[in-house]
Design a protein around this ligand. Sequence first.
Ligand code: UD1
Length: 330
Amino acid sequence: MTKILVTGGAGYVGSHACKALAAAGYEPVVFDNLCAGHDWAVKWGVLEVGDLLDRERINEVVAAHKPAGAIHFASLAYVGESVTDPGKYWRNNVTGAINLCDALAAAETDAIVFSSSCTVYGLTKAPFINEAEPVAPINPYGNTKRAIEIMLADYEVANGMRNTVLRYFNAAGCDADCEIGEVHDPETHLIPLAIAAATGDRECLKIFGTDYPTADGTCVRDYVHVTDLANAHVRAVGRMLDGGKSDIFNLGAGAGYSVREVIDAVGRVVGIPVDVIDDARRAGDPARLVANISHAQQSLGWQPEHSSLDNIVSTAWNWYRAHTVAAQGA
Ligand code: UD1
């Protein structure tokens, strides 16, 4: 079987990608330091515990497995923390990516898929963002993602290592079989927080900003199901292994929902209205971020087929119940 190195494969999007890779006949090799990932989420392929800042360890794992390609998820991803501790983000995200690329280059692995983010577009005003939109990140997390995108182009020139940059919009939802799901500590994402507020596991949900220039005054985001993201990675890997050129793809559902619309969907699916308080804007939140996904649809033959808002929220709710019950029983 063709081995694919998956850094961060014990994390939320990474573990869903491993499931999709295995279903497509690849053998994922997970490299993860378990600082945010979970060993129980590695169900497809081996887990090599290691930190990308440990050059010897990543060199050893790449040399031992000789993967045909790599998907690089491993990254710190709390926007707020990146503002207060930029060094932590630059060191971990950028130095980690350098060490990974050096290890891949030494092993002559010439294909990498990189998890980037819509955050690279900063405060864009484009109603539907395509990949040609100027990039201008507004926080250190986004700066590290952009820096790695630029760096990958340099590795291609020097080493012939082709790259596919996937810019995710808001990853959400969980595996339909509930084998894996979203578990962050701390949790900062809207949908799991809204579910916890509906069930009473949290007191109430703060809405960050109600005076944005949007239809109901709250921020609009493009929520894409994590299983759709996972499937896009499989297509990106296949394209790279077939000799595809370096490219950049936005991955979203291509539709925007406001914070209030998401909260209403959670109330509907859970069957209990979410208790909310209107709060101040959170620093660094653009009013609207919605993808134009035609490039991924045309060039990867990909469709966000699981990404209706109700399916995203239903699968997140199923996982929340399964995981909370399991955690309480433990
Ligand atoms: C952010 C990044 C995204 C990154 C992700 C990583 C930006 C613009 N987006 O997503 O690139 O990959 O983090 O984790 O930097 N909200 C509330 N109350 C809450 C929580 C959230 O109102 O308690 C609102 C937010 O203001 C936002 C929306 O819900 O408008 C979604 O927030 P969240 O789930 O945190 O994701 P992003 O911040 O959009």
